[in-house]
Design a protein around this ligand. Sequence first.
Ligand code: MN
Length: 279
Amino acid sequence: MTKRVVQGIIRAIPASDGAGVKLMRSLGQSNAARIDPFLMLDCFSSEEASDYIAGFPAHPHRGFETVTYMLDGHMRHEDHLGNVGELRSGGAQWMTAGRGIIHSEMPQQESGRMRGFQLWINLPSSEKMKPAGYRDIQADQIPVAQLAGGGKVKVVAGTSHGVTGPIDGVSTQPLMIDVDLPAGQSFTQDLPEGHNAFVYPYEGTLVIAGERLSTHQAAILSPGSEIEIAAHDGGTKFLLLAARPLNEPVVQYGPFVMNSREEIEQAIHDYQTGNFVEA
Ligand code: MN
């Protein structure tokens, strides 16, 4: 058992995306701020409608997967395939852009709290042009592992404490869990040795191998087979993500993530000429 430690920190910075949604961006704030295969992590959190009401009108993606995880609020997803999905508190959406998807994500509330995450996970070169796919996961489809000290682990993907999440068939074998840890408690998770992993506290402060992390700091973990995370003074809530690295070149142009410049130029050309999505 090799315990993982904090190898680096990516502090989230304020950013704006879509038609002007205010958010905090950790991964993806620069090309260096990635943890293969994770490309981007945005956290949006506001009680002010003006921060989120403009939403994310129709836009394309190619070459990777997007995961939206809602903590509070209600957004509606619509895409060119005719899918309509309601994203509600505690639910998730796992979308494989593959060769191309055009979708919108618009708030379905005019007041109150909107809080959640959007994560981008890269696809291997062999899957970048596969057909687009989409999965809606309602809150009650995300199983919860109860920890002995009163903590809770919501398992979106992978397995934690004997509980397996609803997402399977993803070749990067992601683990995505949302952990609620009361004060004084600690949490241990086995991780495959070769998988990259990071932790993102979104409430409270946590401690990893003596290192304190406060909210909106993504902690990149060293290699190892296990991670132990303790709640500092108060309780903490955090995401833990891990996946198999692709070790392939990444060329990104906005919402297109491919392996080469030529493939990006092709994506732009396909989008401009109406050949972006499968016929
Ligand atoms: Mn999108």
